[in-house]
Design a protein. Structure first.
Length: 287
């Protein structure tokens, strides 16, 4: 058993750690409310707009929607959405694991993979590989639509000029504070929605003109899909960190209680030994 000084130092150290984890939990809980409201409000709009885009794409000729062009897949861009910081459980590792599974799948098809890392942890996981194409860590300092639009525009431009034949987004889908699901979505080319009968999934009346609306609707819808993925990941990160710090605080508290019990036992044993030594000394003197 450790001596009293070592136990006392460990108890103080764990107490300091508990203060840090508890504070991080409260900070993440405060940020989670705002992040959760953001994705809750955005998700229905983004999903509906995505459905409209898919339905419209099914009614267009290939020349009318360049973002739906199907071609032989030789180069794929993976947009990995991760965080800049750790201490959030399996939040970051789940995306890296998902990405490695996708990479293995494509490598079996002789496809070249390029990675756009949105978040320092995603970049760190693949920075020693030739797959890293670019990174964007600054977006998490001030998450807004303009930042998401820049990421989408880069992917759209690369798809149009033939740099990439397919673009996919990998991010954590926010279900609640305790559950985040690593999700893979095809960003480009746009996948048309087809009904069970094989026909397009919707009819639309265009005003003022079909060309004018589609030239604005399609790029805007794609940018919103990226923004939704970023909002999803942001809420997932705060939820994962809050949960991880809550568990860490509970574990530290349990360990502190156990060490306190050990300390009290050791202290009581030391006091008992001192009493025995005093009594033994007194008996020796009397003798």
């Amino acid at each position: 058993m450790a001596n009293l000084k070592e136990l006392r130092n460990r108890i103080v150290s764990i107490g300091s750690t508990m203060q840090i984890t508890s504070a991080m939990k409260m900070v993440s809980a405060a940020k989670l409310k705002k992040a959760q409201d953001g994705i809750t409000q955005m998700r229905p709009y983004a999903n509906k707009l995505k459905d409209i885009l898919s339905n419209v794409s099914a009614t267009l000729e290939a020349s009318e929607n360049v973002y739906a062009e199907e071609r032989e897949v030789k180069n794929v861009l993976l947009i990995l959405v991760n965080s800049n910081r750790g201490l959030c459980g399996a939040f970051n590792s789940s995306i890296v694991k998902k990405a490695k599974t996708i990479i293995s799948e494509y490598e079996g098809q002789n496809v070249n993979i390029h990675i756009k890392a949105v978040g320092k942890k995603a970049y760190d996981a693949f920075r020693k590989t030739p797959m890293i194409h670019s990174e964007n860590n600054a977006i998490w300092g001030d998450l807004h639509f303009e930042g998401a639009a820049e990421i989408a525009e880069e992917a759209m431009e690369g798809f149009l000029n033939g740099t990439w034949d397919r673009v996919e987004i990998v991010y954590n889908h926010f279900r609640n504070a305790a559950i985040q699901i690593a999700t893979r979505e095809q960003f480009l080319p746009v996948v048309p929605t087809v009904s069970e009968e094989g026909a397009a999934g919707g009819d639309y009346i265009y005003e003022p003109s079909k060309e004018e609306i589609l030239s604005d609707l399609i790029p805007t819808s794609l940018k919103i899909q990226v923004f939704k993925a970023l909002l999803d990941s942001n809420a997932s990160e705060h939820g994962a960190r809050m949960t991880a710090m809550h568990k860490a605080t509970d574990n530290a508290n349990d360990l502190k209680n156990q060490l306190t019990l050990d300390y009290n036992k050791a202290r009581q044993a030391a006091i008992t030994n001192e009493i025995l030594e005093i009594v033994g000394g007194a008996e020796a003197l009397n003798g």
